[in-house]
Ligand binder design. Structure first.
Ligand code: PTT
Ligand code: SF4
Length: 622
């Protein structure tokens, strides 16, 4: 019996008919999938017709919270946005820190599901059980920041707002969902799915309160954990630099993405470090609700005419500096602001720009495809020009707006080698020439190349980049379970644990005090494995097949050694990668092609799903 924690309701919004319905969903789903990503994949498996085009009205856009979201415990103001991805054709999700997460909880919803397509630009106002469909004609074309300002002046600063920018409206496959101007989520094109529904924004107000199994004890333990966060030795450094603290570390370890992941060492990295950002450019700090270690470093351009402020997270900065050859903080600040306002993923924008520059250098594309531009590394105007071409859907920009995988296939076989993505999702900001464990993490991430599930690279540096063994593979899986399983289902920010070493054993305790269910660590890992296998089954159902090559990062890291920095000459070894992948599949109970076996699916409570795969002709090994 569920005694607290979950809201127990799903809000289902049908844009075609401008109707909304509220369901109480089966509590066994909550118990076995917890929430967030777990609830999202369950909904997609059960309710999305296989083979649906991601931008067809029938695709489902899901916002999901979890049983820990918004409770008074560290960094709990987060939500998951998920859908079938236009960029990858498989399962996609992202995590956003936003007041909308808190408001969903107060309104009692564990998930909001949007299906269908409105006849004209629309936004939805949700106040508890009251749902209103409103015209967004006046907002269509506005930036994510402008529409945020408009809606918060209309509804007050306390509502939760989720919106798209122009990138989502123009169905760019790299479009994200934005919140509070600087928070972004859903790299696999969740913003395009929102745009395809003619949905400009959701405005959410919840007036209820959250019910915990043992409220006072949860508050007490949450307060203790918040105190631990503040007293952590790493706290002052974190408050100074946030995720940018890793920039220098990446350079020292030759894993800083440089020139389209050609190198891991950038000759001008010293101009872009977290320290430089904090000392010279930082003007403030922004955070998600319920967070006492806010990581949003707000930086302002200096010594130039225009005053621009943007949030400097490591991934944004690395992909829009070293990876495109830029070493001028002002330029990177401007680019991040521009991309955030468009509602485009910063990481993918950086990947697309570097891909174009390299393709031009290699004479695979010409100026005609670039409206006359000769693109250059380290050039702000080049970056702006390519972004604009994507949004205006012109020349190579139109091709790129369908994603790197598509663009590289269009440009030709040679371009496929330096299109830096896995399963269509551009790689986030860690070069892997020297880091086989991190390469495996990218190869096996459930949404395509993202570090969110297993950021194994810091551990790997200490353990030994060159060691290849079962322990390293097990560590990737352990991190996938905790980061991709626990935190994406509870739903809370993982950074208190990752960055200031908040003890992990707080979380099963929080779960007990919130829900009344005594999940052990092993129970939570089993749930994580169930979700991972169901996500893999979803990809297979959508593709109709699976091959191990889909779990392997791009050829560049295997074939082109680093040419600069202390690890000059380093590259990945394909045989060793295959060795790790075999171990990975064995531990997961998947066959040598990465397809879950029948026994694995049965043991995880997924026998029905196994039969569904077999019914569409997928061969499952016993
Ligand atoms: C995340 C990815 C990341 S990971 C970054 S910076 W990072 C980029 N941020 C973008 C941005 O900003 N603007 C933009 N237009 N596009 C962006 N794309 C990139 O998106 C983010 C923080 C960060 S900052 C990280 S690591 C942690 N991620 C968490 C996660 O995934 N799960 C979880 N339970 N907790 C997390 N905590 C941290 O949250 P995606 P946010 Mg994000 C300007 O979206 O799709 O998950 O990809 O959500 O609220 O902005 O917080 O160095
Ligand atoms: Fe949000 Fe950063 Fe706090 Fe996490 S650490 S909740 S991402 S502000």
């Amino acid at each position: 019996m569920i005694k607290g924690g979950w809201g127990g309701k799903i809000l289902w919004i049908d844009m075609n008919r401008e109707k909304a319905s509220i369901w109480k969903y089966d509590p066994s789903i909550a118990l076995n999938y917890i929430g967030g990503r777990g609830l999202a994949i369950r909904i997609l498996w059960d309710h999305l017709k296989p083979g649906t085009d991601p931008l067809h009205p029938d695709n489902l856009l899901i916002f999901a919270v979890g049983p820990l979201t918004a409770f008074p415990l560290p960094s709990s103001g987060k939500l998951v946005v998920a859908s079938k991805s236009p960029l990858t054709g498989g399962y996609g999700d992202g995590n956003i820190g936003t007041r909308a997460a808190v408001m969903m909880r107060r309104a009692g919803y564990d998930a909001i599901v949007v299906e269908g397509k409105a006849d004209e630009p629309t936004y939805i106002y949700i106040e508890d059980d009251e749902i209103e469909f409103k015209t967004a004609k006046d907002y269509w074309g506005l930036s994510a920041s402008e529409v945020h300002d408009e809606l918060s002046s209309q509804y007050g600063g306390d509502v939760g707002i989720l919106t798209i920018g122009k990138a989502g409206e123009t169905l760019n496959y790299f479009a994200v969902v934005m919140s509070e101007k600087d928070r972004a989520g859903g790299r696999p094109g969740m913003g395009a799915v929102m745009g395809s529904k003619n949905l400009k924004a959701l405005v959410i107000r919840g007036t209820g309160s959250l019910k915990a199994f043992k409220e006072d004890e949860l508050r007490k333990l949450g307060t203790q954990a918040l105190r631990d966060v503040k007293n952590a030795p790493m706290y002052p450094f974190w408050m100074e630099q946030g995720t940018m603290g890793v920039y220098e570390w990446c350079q020292e370890n030759s894993v800083l993405p440089t020139y389209n992941f050609r190198e891991g060492y950038f000759e001008e990295a010293d101009k872009m470090t977290g320290k430089v950002m904090a000392e010279k450019y930082k003007v403030g700090q922004k955070g998600c609700p319920q967070c006492n270690m806010p990581c949003g470093n707000m930086a302002e351009t200096k010594d130039v005419g225009d005053k621009v402020v943007a949030e400097m997270d490591y991934e944004n900065v690395a992909m829009l500096s070293s990876n495109i050859g830029i070493s001028n903080m002002n330029d990177t600040i401007r680019l991040i602001r521009y991309v955030d306002d468009l509602g485009l993923d910063t990481i993918s924008a950086g990947a697309a720009i570097s891909f174009v520059i390299e393709a031009y250098e290699k004479k695979l594309i010409d100026k005609d495809m670039l409206n006359g531009l000769a693109p250059k590394w380290g050039d702000y105007d080049t970056a702006r020009h390519i972004i604009d071409m994507m949004i205006k859907q012109e020349g190579i920009g139109k091709t790129l707006s369908y994603g790197l995988r598509y663009a590289s296939l269009k440009v030709g076989e040679e371009a496929v080698k330096f299109a830096m993505h896995v399963k269509g999702l551009p790689i986030t900001a860690y070069d892997c020439h020297v880091a086989p464990g991190m390469a495996l993490s990218y190869g096996t991430s459930p949404i395509g190349a993202h570090h969110k599930d297993a950021w194994v690279i810091a551990w790997e540096a200490q353990y030994g980049f060159d060691k290849i063994d079962e322990k390293k593979v097990s560590r990737v899986i352990e991190l996938q379970r905790i980061r991709g399983g626990w935190f994406e289902t509870f739903v809370a920010c993982r950074l208190p644990w990752v960055e200031v070493n908040l003890k992990l054993d707080y979380y099963p305790k929080f779960m007990y005090l919130a829900t009344g269910i005594e999940y052990t660590e092993a129970d939570l890992n089993l749930i994580a494995d169930r979700i991972y296998t169901l996500i893999r089954a979803f990809w297979i159902r959508e593709y109709g097949y699976w091959m191990r090559s889909m779990d392997i990062p791009p050829p560049r890291w295997f074939e082109e050694p680093l040419t600069q920095g202390p690890r000059k000459g380093a590259r990945l070894d394909k045989d060793k990668y295959d060795y790790m992948l075999d171990i990975y599949y064995r531990i997961r109970g998947w066959d040598s092609n990465g397809i879950p076996t029948k026994t694995t699916m049965h043991n995880l409570g997924l026998s029905r799903e196994a039969r569904e795969l077999e019914a569409i002709g997928v061969e499952l090994k016993p």
